[in-house]
Design a protein around this ligand. Structure first.
Ligand code: PAF
Length: 292
């Protein structure tokens, strides 16, 4: 595996590879590091689908709000490099902030409407930061496919819409959420949870599963489904819910009656850690989609 710290060196390397093999396909896995099995599943998939795998490690300051955890975001570059080496990454890009943002950087990319709801409503500007850094990484790396996790379902939808709207010739592949044995979605932020917290956090997937069961039993009234989820969360008073919402999988508009697959998404706080998760709700007989 080769590691690059600058855009220029990475561009040169990828450019020379492309020249020597016009047909070579590049799969790209963008990450903020502190890798866990969810990231590794994206790398596996990229490895299977492509001739060449590029990953990036960059904790992107522009997607964190002023009072958020940018400076505390977990980092372990040495371990991340080992994991990338073991998981078939050919090229790893580890820029620092000054490499990605000049001091007078002024340009941000906004995907309207989709960025204003769910996490975007509670983290204003977050998705502008995500889309902007991904646009920059796409321009530098020029991959054929990019791999994202369903755990960040809204992010995945927004990035898919952005590549379509701005004519990036890149396929966005969304891979299923990888979970701990108790159902907790893998996330770098799980590191902040105590062992009790990790146990308690299993209620998140249990609450989402209550909704899936209701839908399986034929309930289509979304208010009723959300009541069931809220009740499940109430059994763990240490958890406070920021949102529990059911929205259309394409346009993220609120859904009142389940007619087609919809995204049931939650954000909660536990031990001051913000955790998100989601599932696709789908009436029996559907395709059992795991991803948006
Ligand atoms: O999902 C993440 O880790 C980040 O939001 C991403 C896509 C790498 C952009 O910084």
């Amino acid at each position: 595996m080769e590691i690059f710290y600058t855009k220029t060196a990475l561009r040169q390397h990828l450019g020379s590879l492309k020249k020597s093999d016009m047909e070579m396909s590049i799969g790209f896995v963008p990450t903020m590091g502190y890798l866990h099995p969810g990231h590794l599943s994206l790398m596996d998939r990229a490895r299977n689908d492509n001739d060449f795998v590029v990953a990036s490690l960059f904790v992107n300051p522009s997607q964190f709000g002023e009072n958020e955890d940018f400076s505390q975001y977990p980092r372990n570059i040495k371990r991340d490099i080992e994991l990338c080496t073991q998981n078939g990454v050919d090229v790893l890009f580890i820029p620092d902030s000054s490499e990605m943002y000049l001091p007078d950087h002024l340009t941000y990319v906004t995907v309207r409407e989709l960025s204003d709801v769910l996490c975007g409503h509670h983290r204003p500007g977050h998705f502008d930061g995500v889309v902007t850094i991904v646009a920059k990484l796409f321009n530098i790396i020029q991959p054929n496919k990019a791999y994202l996790g369903q755990k960040d379902g809204q992010q995945a939808l927004i990035l898919r819409r952005f590549t379509r709207d701005l004519d990036f010739d890149i396929e966005i592949i969304i891979c299923p959420t990888v979970r701990e044995s108790n159902g907790l979605a893998m996330s770098s932020r799980n590191k902040y949870l105590s062992s009790d917290g990790r146990d308690r956090a299993s209620i998140i997937f249990q609450a989402l599963s209550v909704a899936a069961d209701q839908v399986y039993q034929g309930v289509t009234d979304v208010n009723r489904i959300l009541e069931g989820v809220t009740k499940a969360f109430a059994s763990v008073p240490e958890i406070s819910c920021q949102y529990i919402e059911c929205r259309d999988c394409d346009n993220l508009q609120p859904v009142e009656t389940l007619e087609k697959p919809a995204l049931l998404a939650v954000a909660v706080f536990l031990e001051s850690v913000r955790l998100i998760d989601n599932i696709i709700l789908e009436r029996p007989g559907g395709n059992s989609n795991e991803t948006v």
